[in-house]
Design a protein around this ligand. Structure first.
Ligand code: FMN
Length: 347
């Protein structure tokens, strides 16, 4: 695995940004890239695997345990009614479980002998780790604390990903109710390294600093959201490019309705409002309104808000989109991934 990894890892980014083009361009530029299997059908994942020509990683979501309080999801459904009216969508019936085709995606990874497989949202079953390693894959599990690292080590992965609180997108935390996202990547890395001699990839902080602190590689996502090769939504690109300057008005002549982005849109916060799992996102109207009300509950909340997010995306309305981004989002620049990798090494 150490031979495969490069110091700069382009993070898996489910929901559009990760593409085979991004992975291949990262490889040509001396970095290592991940495909994101989350939310996709197994067929779509296989198509991406076939379209990738360089060594690559594949990231899978570990199915979440059943919810402690299904009633809270029903109550949140009622809270979201004004949003459904606003976007003229029906809120779907509550759907408590969805394993994201876990078994089929593991099978794909085994069949295609995916060089590196990473997991987020929990510890995969030991059998799965064994099967992948027997097929020749190296296995990484994402953790956010030393305690989670200990749990992950019980299934004997090749290494761990230590995700700091400033990381963009979902936290992999196994304790979503208590998660605040307030621990630095350096602190999480140190805590994880204290419980294992296995290689640890860091995520959610400065590449040179985390490499100096002992990470074998640093996985970054936000810095690549504006890459030419990324599949990031136009509305998110526009917000990230224009950020605070959007406050109070729409883009002149543009398609983005930025009316409801506040001046604070340049801040990120950890929110469960969109999916029920804590995730770091740029603030917008939806985040500000619903974060205090959203219960723990991935994937139930993800399914509940999906039609609202889809309708907002169709209208290029960033006020109800999940604009995943890390604390370093203001440094993200557009351009070819090769140039962005160079910039990252200097930060
Ligand atoms: C838009 C976006 C989507 C993400 N999707 C995933 C994912 O599907 N799987 C995963 O393990 N991590 C995902 N992450 C988290 C990254 O793996 C990584 O922890 C994070 O990007 C590091 O922080 P940074 O974004 O500040 O670089 C995502 C991050 C972003 C910004």
């Amino acid at each position: 695995m150490l031979d495969l990894l490069r110091p700069v890892v382009v993070a898996p980014m489910a929901g559009g940004p990760s593409t085979p083009e991004l992975v291949d361009a990262a490889d040509r530029a001396g970095a290592f890239g991940f495909l994101a299997a989350g939310y996709k059908t197994p067929e779509a994942v296989e198509a991406e695997i076939r379209a990738t020509s360089s060594p690559y990683g594949l990231n899978l979501f570990v199915p979440m345990p059943p919810l402690a309080d299904p009633g809270a999801v029903e109550r949140y459904r009622e809270v979201l009614r004004p949003e459904a009216d606003r976007y003229e969508v029906e809120l779907p019936p509550v759907r408590l479980t969805d394993d994201d085709h876990f078994a089929a995606k593991v099978e794909l990874a085994v069949t295609h002998r995916v060089p590196l497989v990473s997991f987020t949202f929990g510890v995969p079953p030991r059998d799965v780790v064994r099967a992948l390693r027997a097929a020749g894959s190296a296995v990484l599990i994402t953790v956010t604390s030393g305690d989670e690292a200990r749990q992950a080590l019980t299934v004997e992965p090749d290494g761990l990903i230590a995700q700091g609180g400033g990381a963009g997108g979902h936290s992999s935390t196994f304790s979503p109710a208590a998660y605040r996202g307030d621990r630095s990547a350096a602190d999480v890395l140190a805590e994880v390294r204290a419980v294992t001699d296995r290689p640890v990839v860091a995520a959610g902080g400065s590449t040179p600093a985390l490499l100096a602190a002992g990470a074998v590689a640093v996985q970054s996502g936000t810095a690549f959201l504006l890459a030419d090769e990324a599949g990031t939504r136009p509305a998110q690109r526009a917000v990230m490019l224009l950020g605070g300057s959007l406050s109070g008005g729409s883009l002149s002549g543009g398609s983005l309705s930025g009316k409801s982005l506040s001046a604070g849109s340049r801040q990120t916060v950890v929110t469960r409002a969109f999916t029920g799992q804590p995730a770091r996102a740029l603030r917008n109207r939806f985040v500000d309104t619903y974060s205090p009300l959203a219960p723990v509950g991935y994937p139930a909340i993800h399914h509940l808000t999906a039609p609202i997010r889809a309708a907002a995306a169709a209208r290029d309305d960033a006020s109800a989109l999940n604009l995943w981004a890390g604390v370093g989002h203001a440094a993200a620049r557009p351009g070819p991934v090769a140039a962005l990798i160079d910039a990252l090494n200097d930060r």
